[in-house]
Design a protein around this ligand. Sequence first.
Ligand code: RBF
Length: 175
Amino acid sequence: MASFTKGVTPSTEKYDGSSLRVLIVHTRWNYEVVEALVHGATETMTSDYNVKPENISIQSVSGSYELPFAAQQLIAASKMRSQSFDVAICIGVLIKGSTMHFEYIAEAASQGIMRASLDSRVPIVFGVLTCLNDEQALERAGLGDKKSKHNHGIDWGRCAVEMGAKNRNWMSGII
Ligand code: RBF
């Protein structure tokens, strides 16, 4: 069977994150996994793109359902302080249970995060894992024993720097 390399091809451009202001909003649900994802994103941004640790604001909420509201409010507050975030990352982990909660929360979080991003005109990276079981969640946060494990927070950190830098250029008319 034909196959292809899955996931995102790294950008050929090298982005400079040294002046970017980044907001991370993460959940405390499934915190062990969330913590690893937050670490993957922050480590990537600071080590690979020179984002200053003091320019990363990390805020927590209870669950994924709260992510869109928190992101929207924090972005609005940052604009009022004239210290606008260039980009945000919403990080959460949803694990399917035996009721319909998973479906409703996943739908609300994904639609809400997109709406918050479009309405605020600040890119918000979708860092919510929607997993069918614990093993999938661990594997996607770079935890557990599987060889194929990969911390998706790394990808979200890269994506955040790219979108923050690109949007700054776009807003100044540089395409
Ligand atoms: N929040 C998550 O971030 N991940 C979950 O896996 C998750 N599962 C939930 C399951 C149930 C049955 C309930 C009631 C809530 C769950 N939440 C989860 C919390 C949810 O996102 C939100 O914080 C609460 O519903 C309060 O608004």
